[in-house]
Design a binder for this molecule. Structure first.
Ligand code: ADP
Ligand code: MG
Length: 318
């Protein structure tokens, strides 16, 4: 059995060219560029709560970082550094190797250095902290939406919820449908380039981690505005579109978690700019509604009637 120090040395002591000092001292040293704010976020994944205990370790390593990068993307920040706090029930080296590889591959793809963390014995728990840079005053915040803005969303919605329903045998997806939506649940793609490209263009942004209705609701509340979105305009995968007649479909689309898409608002004058930058970064962006004066979210169904939102997103204590 490797010791705690051998685990760190073998699996988590990577080169960190972007830091002043990486793993190995009492604290890492990082330096933000001149005129940059440091955007800092942390997200914890608990076995049995956020993922099954037997989840593929490489995919778990990816997801633990991806959900954090998604938070930085939603701020328009450029990810630079990460910390990893890990509680492990046992020192399973095959598991650790795969987990570290999954984490490292995504970190490398984004030029993120793992600069430190903590390793302890306990029920499986993965907590990643990320830091990124954003020019002073340019962060995309939740409180900037204005009446008259369009509401946009990236990618497609509800695929992770549909994949989870399939894993839990609540639906039966065809193999090619499962192959399309399972990666959305297990190895989500943080929309980092899109978030950075939206600096100076979007008025407000959030990443969709608890379902569109809940997350857009946070933006509206923080901004002191209302919005109306149309169910028929929401971007959907073929697998989800094929299940629109299912009474659970609206729940997957509006209330399913784990989409990790960006929802943002922007003035109508920049519609073409946004469509162009979506093409530039290779992420489809769809205009789904409008911000108005007032409070609360209205979702219109296919006939233009307001939908009753039974369960607006996932709340761990709800
Ligand atoms: P301390 O007792 O001072 O907290 P530790 O023994 O916990 O130090 O950690 C030693 C070094 O290894 C520190 O630089 C710490 O940031 C790093 N480290 C510990 N666990 C991890 C991990 N899971 N991933 C990355 N770095 C880690
Ligand atoms: Mg420590």
């Amino acid at each position: 059995m490797p010791s705690e120090f051998e685990i760190i040395e073998r699996y988590f002591n990577w080169p960190s060219p972007g830091a002043v000092l990486g793993v190995g001292d009492d604290a890492a040293l990082v330096r933000a560029g001149p005129g940059m704010d440091l955007a800092v976020a942390t997200d914890m994944l608990v076995a049995g709560r956020h993922f099954p205990r037997d989840t593929d370790p490489a995919r778990l390593g990816h997801k633990a970082l991806a959900v954090n990068l998604s938070d930085l993307a939603a701020m328009g920040a450029h990810p630079r550094w990460a910390l990893l706090a890990l509680a492990l029930p046992e020192a399973d080296e095959a598991w650790l190797r795969a987990f570290a590889q999954g984490l490292a591959a995504l970190a490398r793809a984004h030029g993120v250095d793992l600069v430190g963390g903590d390793t302890t014995h306990g029920p499986l728990n993965v907590c990643v902290t990320v830091m990124g840079e954003v020019p002073d005053g340019a962060a995309l915040r939740r409180d900037g939406a204005k009446a008259g803005d369009d509401v946009w969303v990236s990618g497609t919605l509800g695929d992770a919820a549909l994949a989870l329903a399939d894993l839990q045998q609540q639906v039966r997806l065809a193999p090619q449908e499962a192959a399309a939506v399972l990666p959305r649940l297990e190895t989500p793609t943080p929309r980092v380039a899109l978030g950075m490209a939206l600096r100076g263009i979007a008025h407000a942004a959030i990443d969709v981690s608890d379902g569109l209705a809940a997350d857009l609701g946070h933006v509206l509340k923080r901004s002191g505005v209302a919005a109306t979105i149309e169910l028929a305009r929401l971007p959907l995968s073929d697998a989800l579109r094929a299940r629109l007649a299912d009474e659970r479909a609206a729940g997957w689309i509006l209330g399913g978690g784990d989409d990790y898409e960006l929802c943002f608002t922007a003035p109508a004058g920049v519609r073409e700019v946004i469509e162009d930058l979506g093409r530039d970064v290779g992420v489809p962006v769809t205009r789904i509604g409008r911000v108005d004066a007032g409070a609360g979210l209205t979702v219109l169904d296919g006939d233009g009637r307001p939908l009753r939102l039974a369960k607006a997103g996932f709340d761990h204590f709800g």
